[in-house]
Write a protein that binds this ligand. Structure first.
Ligand code: GDP
Ligand code: MN
Length: 379
């Protein structure tokens, strides 16, 4: 899960990382009021779960309340890479002498967390890595509590050799590492970490990605999960992995691998999946009905495909769920079902009694059939 910049800054501040105090607005008037309160030049910043806001016009300097209002109006109307802007952060504008990059993330290949530090801050780090890889410094971490102050100073000195600056950066880095461990983050990032003309260091941007599997022990961070849609929430609470997409074919599949293979095959035959939905290993009928409810709420869905490979998942449980869903809510769209594996015969017997279900024997046949039912392959 990603949280917003203003939320990440709150978290960072709690670990003693210097950030400027700002406030969030949802309307231009509110933005103007906050700008007036703060006084002086402010920055109006889109709060969306994606980077590159600056380039997309989502970060703008304003000399006072009136300009802040105008910028807020523009930014609140933006859609940045598919994320509509609903909130803006208003913060005092810092003067910047230099921008740096600091992050801690997991190095999967090394199976250890890694600090990434660069003197080229404020830019897309992937771009820095591509164009000037020598400007990126890495330092691998062992477990919590093992990162020492002298190591922090060594890393900081690589990106800023000046004695008046690097010790301050080292302190920020130590606190960032602490925040990384304490929040179960998969990424903590400050880009840019700014040096002011007065010699202070400040986190002007903040990003935290949290491991969803750790959410149960991060209640404070879980409370930041607000932008989630109602359906995403129901799916999560039911233990379904659900990702809405743009197409017309609703998919209910068990296992992420099978879900991806199913989506690939739909595309291969000229269809478009409406979602990724994995009902997971265990298969109580209720999960299936919830899955159906979520899919049917999407008005674009023209047909539904069940593709179930029974292992731990029992086909008869899924079949019962389908029957329950068919009885429970009026289903206006064709339903194609392919079930194979554990308790397949029992499942087929259950579905044979059900009206409105079209069985298919193979994945290939099922996908072709559901595409036909959804209106045929794209031209
Ligand atoms: P991102 O584009 O989504 O990463 O958003 P950032 O928060 O990093 O902002 C983009 C750029 O705007 C930064 O790299 C800075 O150059 C600039 N910026 C952000 N905050 C301030 C500020 O307080 N003062 C000044 N002068 N520039 C800022
Ligand atoms: Mn940034």
């Amino acid at each position: 899960m990603n949280i917003h910049e203003y939320q990440a800054k709150e978290v960072f501040a709690g670990y003693g990382i210097p950030v400027l105090p700002g406030k969030v607005a949802t309307t231009p008037d509110e933005a103007a009021r906050i700008a007036a309160e703060l006084g002086g030049t402010v920055v109006v910043k889109a709060q969306v779960h994606t980077g590159g806001r600056g380039k997309a016009g989502g970060v703008k300097l304003a000399s006072g309340p009136e300009e802040a209002r105008r910028h807020a109006e523009t930014i609140l109307a933006l859609d940045i890479k598919g994320h509509p802007v609903r909130k803006v952060l208003i913060v005092p504008a810092a003067e910047i002498a230099k921008e740096y990059y600091l992050a801690v993330t997991l190095d999967r290949a090394a199976k250890r967390p890694v600090i990434i530090a660069s003197a080229s801050g404020g830019m897309d780090i992937e771009e820095v890595a591509r164009r000037t890889p020598e400007k990126i410094h890495r330092f691998h971490l062992d477990g919590p509590g093992t990162f020492r102050s002298y190591q922090a100073r060594q890393v900081a000195a690589k990106i800023e050799p000046r004695r008046s600056v690097f010790p301050k950066m080292a302190t920020v880095l130590e606190r960032l590492v602490e925040a990384y461990w304490a929040t179960d983050a998969s990424l903590v990032e400050i880009n840019p970490l700014a040096l002011t003309p007065g010699g202070d260091v400040l986190a002007l941007d903040a990003k935290i990605s949290i491991d969803d599997n750790a959410m149960y022990r991060q209640p404070r961070l879980a409370a930041f999960r607000e932008d989630e849609s109602e359906h995403a929430r129901i799916a999560r609470e039911t233990g379904l992995s659900y990702v809405p997409l743009e197409g017309t074919i609703g998919c209910v599949v068990n296992g992420a691998g099978l879900a991806m293979a199913t989506m690939d095959l739909i595309k291969h035959y000229g269809g478009e999946p409406a979602n990724f939905l994995d009902i997971g290993g265990s298969s109580n009928p209720e999960k299936v009905t919830t899955a159906m409810r979520i899919i049917l709420a999407d008005p674009e869905v023209k047909a539904i495909l069940f593709n179930i490979f029974g292992g731990i998942t029992r086909c008869d449980d899924v079949a019962r769920g389908i029957v329950l869903a068919l009885e429970g809510f009026s289903i206006q769209v064709p339903v194609v079902v392919r079930l194979t594996g554990t308790n397949e015969e029992a499942a087929k017997a259950i579905l044979a009694q059900a009206k409105g279900v079209e069985p298919a024997d193979t994945m290939d046949a099922a996908v072709k059939l559901v595409i036909a039912r959804a209106g045929g392959p794209r031209a």
